[in-house]
Design a protein around this ligand. Structure first.
Ligand SMILES: C[S@@+](CC[C@H](N)C(=O)[O-])C[C@H]1O[C@@H](n2cnc3c(N)ncnc32)[C@H](O)[C@@H]1O
Length: 237
């Protein structure tokens, strides 16, 4: 890792800044931060709806989000989120702590939430405690589960999208058991635990191995296509 790390509590920024009439912070958001967030949030509120639905099913406290880019919607829902990304723009975004605090507040986030950003390749040692997180997020960012399951508590949950092959990777990882699926209809998300045996069934027979998934670098065609999967970590790393 390159040593860039920010950790703060939204409330600290809010105490430092002025408060508007309605008790809302009037801390500024840097133009750079606002622009990146607008791009990230172009389907307005989409990720917020996703994380709210996931939170109902997985109400943990601590979240690790490797390959997050600037997807800070999780912080509007979960009290402590650690973001990890290698992108050059991410450190500048996360350094605008007042701006991020403001955006999280705009999404209705609690003012006592802890936000941490680590500028690193998640495949390296990212210097966080092993088995310490309740929820691990893997969304469009490669084989997060392969490298970061070590940081998830036993009994914790992996939320993983089917792209990049990481859901398939989790499906053959003996540490994981499928515990739910996230479906999406017109931008509304729902977690379901019904008939889980009917998911992760390949359309064509295929002998999945980590090597094959690395070689393909993309997901597997399954007979059902939920937005994402929830896996419970059933064995220690
Ligand atoms: C397509 S974006 C997805 C961002 C976010 N997860 C989302 O769903 O909107 C992929 C992000 O993963 C990051 N990424 C990919 N591989 C990474 C790695 N090995 N370590 C850290 N970040 C990585 C990229 O820098 C990029 O910001």
């Amino acid at each position: 890792m390159d040593g860039q790390r920010h950790r703060w509590r939204c409330a600290d920024d809010l105490r430092a800044g002025d408060q508007g009439d309605a008790g809302r912070s009037i801390l500024g958001v840097e133009a750079f931060t606002r622009r990146l967030w607008s791009e990230q949030n172009r389907h307005e509120g989409d990720r917020l709806r996703l994380f709210r639905a996931v939170h109902k099913a997985v109400p943990g406290r601590t979240v690790l989000y490797p390959g997050s880019f600037v997807d800070i919607a999780a912080s509007a829902v979960y009290p402590s989120v650690t973001y990890v990304d290698i992108d050059k723009r991410a450190p500048r975004f996360f350094a605008d702590t007042g701006g991020i605090t403001e955006i999280i507040a705009e999404m209705g986030g609690n003012r006592d939430h802890v936000v941490e950003f680590i500028h690193a390749d998640y495949r390296d040692d990212i210097d966080v405690e092993t088995e310490s997180f309740d929820l691990l997020l893997s969304l469009y960012a490669g084989f997060v589960s392969e490298h970061c399951t070590q940081y998830l508590k036993a009994g914790g949950t992996l939320l993983v999208g089917p792209s990049h092959g990481d859901a398939a990777m989790a499906s053959i990882d003996p540490r994981y058991q499928l515990s739910g699926v996230v479906t999406s209809r017109s931008g509304n998300y729902k977690v379901s635990t019904d008939r889980l045996d009917t998911y992760l069934v390949p359309k064509r027979p295929i002998a999945l191995t980590p090597a094959l998934l690395h070689e393909r670098g993309r997901g597997i065609a399954y007979t059902k296509s939920p937005f994402a999967y929830l896996f419970t970590k059933v064995a220690a790393s």
